[in-house]
Design a protein around this ligand. Structure first.
Ligand SMILES: NC(=O)c1ccc[n+]([C@@H]2O[C@H](COP(=O)([O-])OP(=O)(O)OC[C@H]3O[C@@H](n4cnc5c(N)ncnc54)[C@H](OP(=O)(O)O)[C@@H]3O)[C@@H](O)[C@H]2O)c1
Length: 259
């Protein structure tokens, strides 16, 4: 398949890196030095937007949301019949893209930051005239940078709240645990080894275990022990309610931004 990238910054490069050996990749990217760097690392041919779109079977729109209207305006007059147009621009609905590109098969995707290291999770939905087969084609591309979940478009703001913004919640948790470990007397290096090691080991265990997160927590919490002393503090401060509120706030903000 021929895949065209419109915009090849952080996210575009992550996807390009995962698919360039298997597919013919073309890209439109304004900065010459960036083109040079990408050409050194990947099998990719650069061209003007119209040439890239014309030559591709599937086009990934990987520009910032504020740059998307210009890109869509430029694509409007191009022949798009039969092509799959995949947008990863946060907050821009398939309806808005469909209005600009009448007749195109549109798939909207919300990837997340760990896609940059091949461990992202993306929410996908079909819009416009995209069929389930088109969605499956797009899904395979995003499976190459992690894993995927197909959702209805109305759930994409919730995907943004859970996995889109999610890496920041984990970084915040790590930041808080680092600060607390330093307060207990560990050096930065020691705290990093203990905190990052704990996060990595526990998340791998969570992913491999048939038990739920709650079950695993209860298994390591002996009555009256050290873990309970700590988790009681979290639960008294209503950590569960805080997460509920935080994710609802992110979802609400995603809805506001996509209006
Ligand atoms: N990064 C994430 O974690 C993440 C997560 C979820 C969704 N997304 C979505 O992914 C999209 C890309 O994000 P990013 O972080 O990869 O942004 P980025 O690093 O800024 O990449 C965008 C690239 O597109 C180029 N560009 C701008 N206008 C263009 C045009 N008209 N034609 C071709 N290329 C153009 C930019 O060049 P200049 O720099 O010269 O303008 C830049 O190299 C965004 O819409 C964002 O909402 C990102």
């Amino acid at each position: 398949m021929k895949i065209g990238f419109i915009g090849c910054g952080n996210m575009g490069e992550a996807i390009l890196g995962a698919v360039h050996r298997k597919h013919v990749c073309l890209a439109c990217e304004p900065r010459a030095e960036r083109q040079k760097a990408l050409r050194k690392r990947y099998k990719v041919v650069f061209g003007m937007l119209s040439d890239v779109v014309r030559a591709s079977d599937l086009v990934i729109l990987a520009v910032k949301p504020q740059d998307l209207p210009d890109v869509l305006a430029e694509m409007r007059t191009l022949p798009l019949k039969g092509k799959i147009i995949v947008s990863i621009a946060a907050g821009i609905t398939t309806k808005a893209i469909d209005r600009a590109l009448r007749g195109a098969k549109i798939v909207r995707v919300m990837p997340n930051l760990p896609a940059l290291i091949g461990e992202g999770v993306s929410g996908l939905c079909a819009g416009g005239r995209a069929t389930s087969k088109d969605l499956a084609v797009a899904r395979r591309i995003f499976d190459a940078v992690g894993s995927t979940v197909v959702v209805k478009e109305k759930m994409l703001d919730a995907v943004t709240a859970v996995s889109g913004s999610g890496p920041a919640y984990v970084f915040l948790f790590a930041e808080a645990m680092m600060k607390a470990a330093r307060r207990l007397g560990f050096s930065e290096a020691e705290a990093k080894a203990l905190v990052y090691g704990t996060l990595l080991g526990s998340t791998h265990m969570l992913a491999k275990s048939p038990d739920s997160a709650e079950d695993l927590r209860l298994k390591v919490t002996s009555k009256g022990g050290t873990t309970q002393a700590a988790t009681d503090v979290f639960l008294r401060k209503d950590i569960l309610g805080m997460f509920e509120q935080a994710l609802a706030a992110a979802c609400h903000r995603a809805r506001e931004l996509s209006k």
